[in-house]
Design a protein around this ligand. Structure first.
Ligand code: AHG
Ligand code: MN
Ligand code: MN
Ligand code: MN
Length: 367
């Protein structure tokens, strides 16, 4: 149905989402969520840009550590707050999970005001679970190197309204835990995913499960304009994108494939080149545009690699697959993994179809 949307160029994100909603009434509430994402990403883009001015006080460390033990940058915290606030006030958010929040944050309106929740009145329509990485590549941000935002959207379990006034505390706590567990869904349940890249331009790329659409921010009018409808990633490539300094620790099959690509003895017989920014959004964006393989494989020190499943691996895998590419752990489709905990890590190898297949085959042979 998305094929009928926006035949012409010069379409804003707002209009795109409105047309989607008109053709797919069941996606109407998603429009509200994307309205919040639209605004938040523009605000983040501004923050990231302005952080480089000499008068800025937003660079450097916050002085706190997040749930994964990373030192938070000030901008990690600022961008997290921006997104959280924008999404909360849509009234369509059931629960959110973020790299910068220790546990899922329950934002459904509560009669008791527990968990510091806001009093938001919900009606009968769909609510969503939004998982995000507010500032991806934040270690690069002080140097003005591209960063991004990653967002995954699931539907929220409709049975998740807790009647605090009429049930006991234990039962309420149990139900609350079940509600928060709404974030633990496999990528195959994603109804939408998006990333925003803060680079030479600000790009917003999204999928609603029917192809990939890329918007560029026109700063003169402050709107995201559809620049590339139906993005397709080249099927084969000659670029790989890994932190090669970890090569000695990687899984053996991964080492083997990269070795072949370097020598030009892989499937395609082409010698590969290497590109690595160290910002997943930037590296994945380039991979979508030029073709290639981006990865953060498992290694002996970190068998699940570094990237987080819920707000890095799964949403980016969804976009990659929707653009005709693949995303694997080496042995499993990233989209099919059900997380057990919010900040669970996952090995990720994603990109051009034929090259990722080569990796999968190498893992199979080694098994
Ligand atoms: P974040 O900045 O959100 O914590 O993400 C960090 C990521 C990701 O953007 C990138 O692909 C990877 O970490 C880079 O890790 P290395 O520095 O180990 O290469
Ligand atoms: Mn981080
Ligand atoms: Mn990240
Ligand atoms: Mn981050």
């Amino acid at each position: 149905v998305l094929d009928d949307v926006c035949e012409t160029m010069g379409v804003t994100l707002t209009r795109f989402m409105n047309e989607v909603a008109m053709l797919n009434p069941e996606l109407k509430e998603l429009t509200t969520i994307f309205g919040a994402i639209d605004t938040a990403c523009k605000a983040i883009s501004n923050e990231v840009k302005r952080s480089q001015l000499p008068s800025s006080e937003t660079l450097g460390y916050q002085g706190a550590v997040n749930a994964q033990g990373e030192d938070q940058k000030k901008l990690d915290v600022i961008t997290n707050d921006l997104l959280k606030r924008a999404l909360r006030f849509t009234g369509r958010l059931g629960v959110l999970a973020s790299e910068e929040e220790d546990t899922p944050v329950d934002v459904i309106g509560r009669s008791t005001g527990k968990s510091g929740s806001l009093e938001i009145v919900l009606d009968e329509t769909t609510d969503y679970v939004v998982c995000f990485d507010p500032l991806d590549g934040s270690s690069n941000v002080d140097a003005g190197i591209p960063t991004g935002t990653i967002i995954g959207i699931f539907e929220h379990d409709e049975t998740c309204e807790i009647d605090f006034d009429n049930i006991g505390e234990d039962e309420a706590a149990e139900q609350e835990a079940r509600c928060l567990a709404n974030t633990l869904q496999p990528g195959t349940n994603l109804v939408a995913a998006a990333y925003c890249l803060y680079s030479s331009s600000t790009f917003l790329t999204l999928t609603l499960g029917n192809g990939v659409y890329m918007f560029t921010l026109d700063e003169t009018i402050g709107e995201f304009i559809l620049a590339k409808p139906n993005v397709r990633i080249p099927e084969s490539s000659s670029i790989y994108s890994f932190n090669e300094a970890n090569l000695d620790y990687w899984d053996e099959p991964m080492r083997e494939v990269v070795e072949r690509w370097r020598e030009g003895t892989g499937r395609s017989g082409v010698r590969f080149s290497s590109r690595y920014i160290g910002s997943m959004v930037g590296d994945v964006h380039r991979t979508l545009m030029y073709g290639g393989v981006f990865g953060y494989p498992g290694d002996t020190k970190n068998p699940n690699g570094k990237l987080r499943l819920l707000y890095e691996g799964a949403p980016m895998a969804f976009i990659m697959e929707q653009a005709g590419g693949l995303a694997t752990t080496g042995t499993q489709r990233v989209m099919e993994i059900t997380p057990e905990v919010v900040h669970q890590r996952v090995p990720v190898i994603m990109g051009s179809k034929n090259d990722v297949i080569e990796v999968i085959e190498c893992y199979k042979t080694a098994a």
